[in-house]
Write a protein of this length. Sequence first.
Length: 255
Amino acid sequence: MNQELGIKNQRTEVARQAFVQFSIIQKAICISLVFLSGFFLGWVSCSLMKNEKKISPPMKEKIVTQSPVVDTQIITHGARDKKEVALTFDADMTVRMREQLHSGRIASLYDERLIEILRNTHTKATLFLSGLWIEQYPDVTKDLAGDTLFELANHSYSHPAFAGYCYGLPHSNLLAEEDEVVKTQELLTSYGIKTRYFRFPGGCYNKQDLELMQRLHMKVIHWDVVANDGFNKNTQSIIDRVIHKTQPGSIIVMH
């Protein structure tokens, strides 16, 4: 689920080495998000809904023009007193990325080797899918939806910027944003996925966006560890960043 084909080898190698290093460093840590009753995203032995924390200010890596928004509606990490972390991946696809894919400039926006690693290591993960990605890879989506290792969640339809200047993503407005969420919810539902979990593209949002999520009965899943793997070809730097910044309860975001 990479934005650039040239980075696939780095992504899969990061995943492989991260799993190995986590196992060596701390075997007690479980890199997983649990699929509970087909609806709730939680932790092994500790419900995320029960242990969710108040949001911290947005991380420095984010490029957002709005002021930080503090809200208990957003989950940034789980319980800090348990040796458990969550591994999450974002499957982005903008209209431009779809055009590049169809023109042949990008060979693929899906790396099956990543899923193979997760399956071979019996590692649970939450995959935030954009609607365009789901439409591009219906068979893959069906396969993932049928695997209890994975929880699928909403990552908007076309991956726009919900607020401010957000990594150069195309801008949206509140009316369009609602459609972005609803269309992808409908797509996920068509695969039998019942989820109320949403991740903002780029992690960018404002107060109005949070009000929209509340009105749509969505729970926002953020993160506290950014792998910085989107356009980074330095495999070891990604591994080191994830290993060193992760703490009990961390939600790790990768692509």
